[in-house]
Design a protein around this ligand. Sequence first.
Ligand SMILES: [Zn+2]
Ligand SMILES: [Zn+2]
Length: 281
Amino acid sequence: MNSILKWDGHTHTAFCPHGTSAELGLYLDRAVQLGFTRYTVSEHSPLPKHWMKNEQLQRELAMEASELPAYFDYVKNYKNRYEGVLEIWTGMEIDYLPGKPQYSLELAEQCHHEVEDWVVSLHFLPGKDGMRCIDYTPQDFEEGLIAYYGSMEKVVDEYYNELEQGVALAAKLPGSRRLGHVNLIEKFHKALPPIDPDQIRKRLDGLLPKLAEAGVGIDVNTAGLRVPTCGQPYVPGWFIGRCLEMGIPLVFGSDAHRPEHVGEGWNYYEESIASFRSARP
Ligand SMILES: [Zn+2]
Ligand SMILES: [Zn+2]
């Protein structure tokens, strides 16, 4: 079996207001200890002012635009310190914002000299009283989205409609880019009305040709494994196989928000790829 590059491509830092204040060095040491050779630091991008009606929640979600230079300096500093030990890529988890793709494109334009690796994520949908998080709490999901759209099925469809726009945004970013946690909509699936697996399968199937055509990869994000209401990675095994068949790039992502999360779920990634390869003649 060809060896797989040991790369954790989705991680956060103390610049994330809902993470921890742990120094980046603790994350990097953990990565080295686990045998990773490449590591992307992909902090949440700043949000537009007044993006959400709930300003207090918005402050918890991402750094301010004014913090960007400090963030890039911070990562650069560690890049130098770990030279020859760990290949560190400066990344960003940039939001696809429903109805506001221009905001992210302009941000990317401003930052593209710094950012080597983009994870494009959808965390918001229009809902009750404006923009709502899809990954905040089950209760918030229920009140802000299910009550607003009328059914889980409609929320799920809206999510994938917007995610397809996210692929179009990602296609316009320079360099390495992939779509973040494609099944984040399942984060609270154990606590909410059931999601039809056929609907998910159909919508993910529809995403494949768009990814292939746009040259956009997939963040094989395993953070769902540590969320009790989810208990599964945000990218199913069959989808990993289809991406491999279609030449869509895959990068593992722990979505670490604290040092001990680094590399979590790597086995799932490795085993999914191995089982795909062994099933082929
Ligand atoms: Zn986060
Ligand atoms: Zn995310």
